[in-house]
Design a protein around this ligand. Structure first.
Ligand SMILES: *Cc1c(COP(=O)(O)O)cnc(C)c1O
Length: 395
């Protein structure tokens, strides 16, 4: 039998995935698991989802041929413009899908956790859109670091609750959100923002984000006469924008997959987020995957200049892409990522999010040939990172 890189019926991607959860969360997860595919394939759901993606998010996003970049690197480079989505990144595709699902399940209260605040903003946005109560858990340290996003969430009507335990960052916010969900199983849905967490979250989020890859297929078919590029390339934090663009190509090995992780100050510096290389098998947030940990299994605090990539794990789909060799993993340090923020701005007039900048740095690491068709997922825009760019380049 041909192997598949997609999820199996038990919620595993090869050795990774599953649902390793406390007994008290069982009912919530079970409810989701038995409903997510059924509800999200109903005609009325599909129609409402796609209407909102079109008229609210602004889809389909363009597949843009980057002419100057292509000339310089002597290959054919396309950008999938997720940076043009409402709220400035791909995250909204998933939050729209999950809020519609929550409504169908009869939930009237939404919780989420956020680190840098991007997922919090995308969640607060769809809650405002639907008139549903929204509570965002965020580490106290992150609340101070990410003031503009906290203000956005409040502007959108969300309540931002500080997590005051531990390192007061993302993982502590996640623990608070899980505690909340256990206490409010009936009326509350927990919107997870990436392809992480217990099954069915990784698969559910990948399906909602797969709109990205499906659009690429039909757009490439029109432009190039072939729906298959030679390479698809995306940055990986938890892995949702990557999963979205890889999705229709997962089992088509003619299309090469490249995952770009954040090396931070360097893989061996102790300040990095290069999970595939540095990570070992373990369980984080209910899923078996590769994660950065100490010898006795304590989760290590990751570091990257881009707040969206400093997650200590990667989703189980990506852990399996790494272990099986289906995906090629490259880590890019802060310096090269920042340089590419500037390169893309000056060569194409597109200021990318710093997360996104990491992906483009691959152009200096791999030699592509003249006839290769390469699609980069341009996951988000750089407005949110202007402060960091200003400090770094003394603009
Ligand atoms: C959040 C974010 C990421 C990282 O998350 P994934 O789940 O790995 O996609 C990447 N790019 C942008 C612009 C983001 O906001």
């Amino acid at each position: 039998m041909k192997i598949s890189y997609n999820v199996n019926k038990n919620g595993f991607y090869g050795d990774f995935g599953g649902a390793f959860i406390p007994e008290m969360m069982h009912a919530n997860i079970e409810e989701l698991k038995s409903n997510y595919i059924k509800i999200s394939s109903e005609k009325s759901f599909v129609k409402e989802f796609h209407d909102l993606l079109k008229n609210y998010v602004g889809r389909p996003t363009p597949l843009y041929f980057a002419k100057r970049l292509s000339n310089k690197y002597k290959t054919k480079i396309y950008l999938k413009r997720e940076d043009l989505c409402h709220t400035g990144a791909h995250k909204i595709n998933n939050t729209i899908g999950q809020i519609l699902l929550a409504k169908k399940l009869g939930k009237n209260r939404i919780i989420a956790e956020t680190g840098a605040g991007q997922h919090g903003v995308a969640t607060a946005t769809v809650c405002a859109l639907m008139g549903i109560k929204c509570i965002i858990y965020m580490g106290e340290v992150d609340i101070k670091r990410q003031a503009p996003n906290v203000a956005r969430m409040k502007m959108l009507g969300a309540e931002v609750r500080p997590a005051v335990c531990g390192s007061k960052t993302l993982k502590d916010a996640t623990n608070e959100a899980i505690r909340d969900w256990i206490n409010n199983p009936i009326n509350t849905h927990y919107i997870i923002g990436s392809v992480v967490g217990p099954h069915p979250y990784p698969d559910m989020v990948a399906r909602f984000q797969s709109v990205i890859g499906n659009e690429v297929k039909s757009q490439l078919k029109k432009i190039e006469g072939n729906e298959n590029p030679n390479y698809v390339i995306a940055c990986v934090g938890g892995g949702s924008n990557a999963a979205g663009i890889f999705y229709p190509y997962l089992d088509n090995e003619k299309v090469k997959i490249i995952c770009v992780e954040a090396a931070g100050k360097g893989i061996d510096s102790g300040e990095s987020a290069a999970t595939s290389v540095l990570g070992k098998e373990g369980i984080i947030h209910g899923s078996k995957t590769l994660l950065m940990q100490t010898a006795d299994g304590q989760i290590t605090e990751p570091y990257s200049i881009s707040a969206g990539l400093d997650y200590p794990g990667i989703g189980p789909m990506h852990a399996n892409l790494y272990r099986s060799g289906r995906g090629k993993f490259i880590s890019i340090d802060d310096k090269d990522a920042m340089k590419w923020g500037l390169n893309l701005s000056r060569m194409e007039g597109i200021i990318p999010a710093i997360e996104t900048s990491h992906a483009f740095a691959v152009l200096d690491k791999i030699k592509f040939s003249k006839d290769d068709v390469i699609v980069f997922n341009c996951s988000g825009r750089g407005d949110k990172d202007l402060e960091t760019y200003i400090d770094y380049f003394k603009l």
